[in-house]
Design a protein around this ligand. Structure first.
Ligand code: SF4
Length: 319
């Protein structure tokens, strides 16, 4: 972390996080050895970057400053972020630019489908910024994107990572009707940390959203994730696991929160690899079909391989 206010792709006149500029610096402890990652320098990385730029696409890999970008892009795994690069929320952990987004690009679903074909993706992950400014929160755009990928790449399995569609009646149903293979919606943190970490969201709304997906279409896999190191207690993480299982969620991801800039929420603690292994074991005992818990776990990290394991785990239970 070397910048105070990240101005990546922002104009000099408008900071990337205007709501955070005047906050006091939040200092995090130095990163431990187990957080180190490879610099993105490979040929595969460069090829992925070219395809992303040629198609005018936005990726959460870049916008969120994901530490796994070198590894993922080398394998041509990119997670596309639709509906622009500007988010209407201002979560304390997130590096995505904040502000009033522009109009939707009606050609974007086709461009995403084209990039999926060019990258030869067997499994694609699509996420988005929050679009509280749109009447349906962007639900129809999500559905169009899923349909465009299905039409262009019928063999590709589709995972979506959506916002919460808070106060957008009927939005969730539109997305579920488009039949993604995996519906992911992240809780991000434990309920006691919502006010300071994710103030625009409501914990029980997010749990209910995941539960509704399964009620509407039980064939869709559901997935959710949290970050740790934000001041949560262990017993709160275990409670989140129980809440997600009550909502019949299949797949849980737990990763270490990393601070994008000093104006974002501080890292309160680096959770050790052993503690992550402990969380993984407990989560399996609670009945998740799949669990990924490690310092560098992210929602979309190894998503294709994990989807294959998820399907196998469901098939094993059905036998
Ligand atoms: S983990 Fe996800 S967001 Fe990070 S680089 Fe990989 S695909 Fe992109």
């Amino acid at each position: 972390m070397v910048v105070v206010v990240d101005t990546l792709s922002a104009t000099p006149l408008r900071p990337r996080h205007p709501e955070k500029v005047n906050r006091p610096d939040a200092l995090s402890p130095p990163k431990p050895d187990w957080i180190r990652v490879r610099a993105p320098t490979t040929r595969g990385y460069a090829d992925t970057r070219s395809i992303v730029k040629e198609n005018g696409l936005v990726t959460v890999c870049e916008e969120a400053g994901c530490p796994n970008i070198g590894e993922c892009w080398d394998k041509k795994h990119a997670t596309f972020m639709i509906m622009g690069d500007t988010c209407t929320r201002a979560c304390a952990f997130c590096n995505v630019k904040t502000g009033m987004p522009g109009a939707l690009d009606v050609k974007e679903p086709e461009h995403i489908a084209e990039a999926t074909a060019k990258l030869g993706l067997a499994h694609i992950v699509v996420t988005s910024v929050d679009r509280d400014d749109l009447a349906d929160g962007g639900a129809e755009h999500f559905a169009q994107t899923i349909r465009a990928i299905r039409a262009r790449c019928p063999q590709t399995t589709i995972e979506i990572l959506t916002p919460d569609f808070l106060r957008k009646d009927g939005a969730l149903e539109v997305v579920v009707a488009a039949k993604p293979d995996v519906f992911n919606h992240n809780l991000e943190t434990v309920p006691s940390r919502y006010l300071s970490v994710r103030p625009g969201a409501r914990y029980f709304h997010s749990i209910r959203l995941l539960q509704r997906v399964k009620e509407i279409d039980p064939t869709i896999f559901t997935k959710s994730g949290i970050m740790v190191g934000l001041g949560e207690e262990r017993h709160e993480v275990l409670q989140v696991m129980d809440d997600l299982r009550s909502a019949d969620v299949d797949f849980l991801t737990i990763g270490q929160y990393l601070q994008p800039t000093r104006k974002h929420h501080a890292v309160m603690r680096y959770v050790t690899p052993d503690e992550f292994s402990g969380y993984e074991k407990v989560a399996y005992t609670k009945g998740f079909l799949m669990v990924s818990a490690s310092p560098l776990t992210r929602s979309s990290h190894h998503a294709g391989d994990d989807f294959a394991k998820l399907k196998a785990a469901r098939a094993a239970i059905a036998r």
